[in-house]
Design a protein around this ligand. Structure first.
Ligand SMILES: *Cc1c(COP(=O)(O)O)cnc(C)c1O
Length: 428
């Protein structure tokens, strides 16, 4: 086969972009070489519909071992009784959970997208808002913290079948115990979607949802630093509350209902190369090196938040407990969109983001979201957080000054040269 020069040239350009820039998108990270190697391996060639030992295809003996190891490692990492490692993404994981637990038209209660929630928690443009009847809770306008009174009030009034907690742009921890108590009052199941802080939760740096929430979903590529993908877990399996029976007439366990909702419910063949990469990433996440890493992620976020506040930036809730922060730029007279564009021109990558009670559209927004998972993988520490905020501030103060942006961009490249990513010889 002729080498596809065009695509590999573009991939080289993408690698250079990643090496040179400051990556602050809170949902991104840099995987290890061995995670990439597994993701680019021969397992991509294999069809394996079904579960280990129960496949619809022959020749699955090796991928069975790989998937079993991935499951066992994920169970160990999160202290879960049951895990399905097949969801292709976080959105797919949530689709499977909802298919397993809900009927079309059922009520769900999720965290408002414009307050930091995720599309798959009931947005009208997503399957979750089209197939089910979405209701929302948000944050308190003064404190920026999840309004648990409102959550309870809406839950008692609407009696949803499922309460979803977890977020894409919320910098504080969650009270899973409280949410479970509310759910028990109205007979709802609780889904905790820990896509963002999964790595911090796995290593005990945030509250653990598994003892309290019926089902937990996560992506594997954010703080967890694995390949792009999702998983579904349960701290403890339980008989499904919908009365679904096995052919023998016994009540099916929830794990069996969830497995069926992944395949054949919402997916076909699992991506065994990605599952291999997940297995590698789970072992990494169990290591001492990762523990040091994830502790530093949190320290860096705290240091960065402090630098922003010291420079007069308004952080939603005033700070962070995890790896990210949401910044309201209205007192800096710049929109999220303009800030994102100017920062990208200086090779500082962030994303514009709605802030709670935003008066601008999702295409413009009043804020930006910033996270430390990716830069911490490159080895940056507290000392560099202040410098990064200084560079961001210089861009935001003068976003249309092209010569100034060029100068800042050079400083960005110089900084990141000292923290090589994949170019360093012998790095893993
Ligand atoms: C990122 C994210 C997802 C979706 O993950 P994809 O892999 O992009 O589908 C779902 N829920 C939350 C809370 C997220 O942050």
């Amino acid at each position: 086969m002729k080498r596809d020069k065009l695509i590999f040239k573009l991939l080289d350009e993408e690698q250079q972009r990643q090496e040179e820039g400051i990556e602050l998108i809170a949902s991104e990270n840099f995987v290890s070489r061995q995670v990439m190697e597994a993701a680019g391996s021969v397992a991509t060639n294999k069809y394996a519909e079904g579960l280990p030992g129960k496949r619809y295809y022959g020749g699955c003996q090796v991928v069975d071992e790989i998937e079993t190891i991935a499951i066992e490692r994920a169970k160990q990492l999160f202290n879960a009784e049951w895990v399905n490692v097949q969801p292709h993404s976080g959105a797919q994981a949530n689709a499977a959970v909802m298919l397993a637990c809900l009927q079309p038209g059922d009520k769900i209660l999720g965290f408002d997208l414009s307050h930091g929630g995720h599309l798959t928690h009931g947005s009208p443009v997503n399957f979750s808002g089209k197939l089910y009847e979405p209701h929302f809770y948000g944050v308190n306008k003064e404190t920026g913290l999840v309004d648990y009174d409102q959550l309870k009030k809406v839950a008692l009034a609407e009696k949803p079948k499922m309460i979803i907690c977890g977020a894409s742009a919320y910098s504080r921890d969650w009270d899973y115990e409280f949410i479970r108590k509310v759910a028990d009052k109205v007979g709802a199941l609780v889904l905790a979607d820990i896509s963002h802080p999964a790595g911090l939760i796995a290593r005990g740096l945030l509250n653990d949802p598994l003892p309290h929430c019926h089902i937990v979903s996560t992506t594997t590529h954010k703080t967890l630093r694995g390949p792009r993908g999702g998983i579904i877990m349960m701290g403890k399996d339980f008989p499904n509350p919908f009365g679904q029976k096995t052919p023998k007439g016994e009540v099916k366990m929830m794990s069996a209902v969830l497995d069926m909702a992944v395949f054949p419910g919402t997916q076909g063949g699992p991506l065994e190369h990605i599952i291999a990469a997940k297995a590698v990433a789970f072992a990494e996440a169990l290591s001492e090196d990762y523990m040091k890493y994830i502790v530093q992620v949190k320290k860096n976020a705290a240091a960065m938040a402090k630098s922003f506040v010291d420079r007069g930036y308004e952080l939603i809730s005033g700070g962070t407990d995890n790896h990210l922060m949401l910044i309201d730029l209205r007192n800096k007279n710049i929109t999220g969109k303009a800030a994102e564009n100017a920062l990208v021109a200086a090779d500082i990558t962030v994303n514009k983001n709605m802030v709670p009670f935003d008066d601008k559209s999702p295409f413009v927004t009043s804020g930006i979201r910033v996270g430390t998972a990716a830069i911490t993988t490159r080895g940056l520490k507290e000392k560099q957080m202040d410098l990064i905020v200084e560079l961001i501030d210089a861009v935001i103060i003068d976003p249309e000054n092209e010569p100034s942006l060029r100068k800042i961009r050079k400083r960005v490249h110089r900084l990141m040269e000292s923290f090589p990513l994949y170019r360093q010889k012998g790095s893993d």
